[in-house]
Design a protein around this ligand. Structure first.
Ligand SMILES: Nc1ncnc2c1ncn2[C@@H]1O[C@H](COP(=O)(O)OP(=O)(O)OP(=O)(O)O)[C@@H](O)[C@H]1O
Ligand SMILES: [Mg+2]
Length: 464
């Protein structure tokens, strides 16, 4: 399952939790720094108190410096049981007086020591220690000296305080994230309730009911519902068109079949062989009309997108025009029509289904032969124009009035003047095929504004 299919709730909860966790991590880093600062401030004060208490007890006797380290000075530090305490008193030129001689020296950047105390961290006896140092200037009539008092303490109590502060902050933030996640989870569940109600309403719907959805939905899903309503409208229109088409097709089929029935009844009643022959000839015409109607319906089904074949072949449309024209010549001669092909001598390749284009050309030439009086001329042409192959079938017959040109492409639409044998599907088949193959069909007037010119243009293959 890709992340797109995952629960919306889970995704949004993650969208809240992850950024909050990142922000919390940064905040905890800040808490750690400020806790360290606060712990140092508090513990350094005690460290300083202890150093000052020792400093108080440094005295000069004669030319000797004496130190009497008070017990309380170190006692105040060892209140944190786990920490160890060290001290050192040194005289002029860092001369060791008492305490721990090897206590780490004051770092260079903090020297020379002035009246203010200094604090620094160092490593001593296998542990990190925090050292506070103060200076005291002593003077007697015989001697004047600068005495440095250093008091060190291990940092366990400080670290324990820092981690206690950080843990407290981390727990509070984790609680906040948890509460936020719960709010998102519950809130979204409630927010999505209208969608569940919509789902139930849609499940209860009659399958034939394609009315727009009139449900109260959250603002964010209104566009989606709009799109679904639009789809339903189109679906309803196309179902209506299909129903109209089926009704029309049934009606069209009924007419020749009714004629066949009547003609057979008449033929059966006739005693005269001549009359029977005449009726049989009508019967043949009706059967032919029915066959044409069925063939046209099948062509239309093949040409309708989604139902027809999906053949995408690269072929020479010029050669196909020549071949179809040739096969139509006998019918044209029979109707007294001069049918010919005009075109350049170079192949014109297009991509599509050649059988559909054959159907298209047959319909156009069939129309020219059917609707032009004997003695007329019809030409099939193909040429290259702006990266497209333009196929034209032109005749000098009665033409199609401009007002009828759009309607002529409609299914079962026939001009009132047309002969009774057609079924009104030819031009809609032509248009369906042209559109399915990415092209377009239009009806124009022939030369000198007379006759009919049907023009179909389709894109040429890239190599053409
Ligand atoms: N070349 C033409 N010259 C004059 N009228 C035409 C021409 N082509 C088509 N028409 C008119 O347009 C109408 C629609 O043509 P279309 O080919 O769609 O149907 P049809 O020829 O009647 O039936 P069929 O489905 O058998 O082809 C025709 O009835 C005819 O009146
Ligand atoms: Mg036709």
């Amino acid at each position: 399952m890709s992340w797109r299919n995952k629960s919306l709730r889970r995704r949004l909860a993650l969208w809240v939790i992850i950024p909050l966790a990142i922000v919390s991590a940064f905040m905890l880093m800040d808490v750690r720094d400020s806790s360290r600062k606060a712990a140092n401030e508090a513990y350094d004060r005690v460290l300083l108190g202890s150093a000052l208490a020792i400093a108080e007890r440094v005295a000069i006797e004669g030319n000797k410096i004496l130190v009497d380290v008070p017990y309380v000075a170190l006692e105040m530090l060892t209140s944190a049981a786990q920490d160890r305490v060290f001290y050192q008193v040194s005289g002029p030129s860092a001369k060791f007086i008492t305490g721990y001689a090897d206590l780490p020296a004051i770092p260079r950047h903090l020297t020379p020591l002035r009246s203010d105390p200094v604090f620094y961290e160092a490593h001593y006896k296998g542990a990190t220690v925090r050292i506070g140092a103060v200076v005291r200037v002593l003077s007697s009539p015989k001697l004047s000296a600068r005495v440095v008092i250093k008091v060190a303490e291990t940092v366990e109590a400080r670290n324990a305080l820092i981690s206690e502060l950080i843990t407290g902050a981390a727990l509070r933030q984790a609680l906040l994230i948890l509460v936020a996640a719960i709010i998102v989870w519950v809130g979204l569940g409630r927010g999505l309730k209208p969608l569940t109600r919509l789902e139930e309403a849609l499940n209860r719907r009659n399958p034939a009911d394609l009315h727009p959805i009139q449900h109260e939905v959250p603002y964010e899903v209104r566009n989606l519902i709009g799109a679904i309503n639009h789809l339903m409208e189109r679906l309803s229109n196309s179902i209506e068109a299909m129903q109209r088409f089926t009704a029309n097709a049934a009606h069209q089929l009924r007419t020749p079949l009714a004629a066949i029935k009547t003609q057979t009844e008449v033929a059966l009643r006739h005693q005269d062989p001549d009359e029977t022959q005449k009726t049989l000839s009508h019967l043949h015409d009706s059967a032919e009309q029915t066959t044409r109607l069925i063939n046209q319906l099948m062509s239309l089904a093949r040409a309708t997108p989604g139902e027809g074949s999906l053949i995408q072949e690269d072929f020479d449309i010029r050669q196909l025009c020549i071949d179809v024209t040739k096969t139509m010549v006998p019918t044209a001669i029979e109707a007294g029509i001069d049918l010919g092909f005009e075109g350049e001598d170079i192949p014109l390749h297009i991509t599509g289904d050649p059988t559909l284009f054959e159907e298209l050309l047959r319909n156009l030439t069939h129309n020219a032969i059917s609707y032009c009086p004997s003695g007329s001329h019809t030409s099939v042409r193909v040429r290259k124009q702006n990266g497209a192959a333009v196929i034209e079938v032109e005749d000098n017959g009665p033409g199609i009035p401009e007002s009828e040109r759009e309607a002529a492409f409609e299914r079962f639409h026939r001009l009132p003047s047309s002969n009774p044998s057609g079924c009104g599907l030819g031009l809609s088949i032509v248009q369906e095929i042209a559109r399915q193959q990415g092209g377009d069909a239009k009806i124009l007037s022939g030369k000198d504004n007379s006759g009919t010119l049907v023009q179909v243009s389709v894109a040429l293959s890239p190599q053409s």
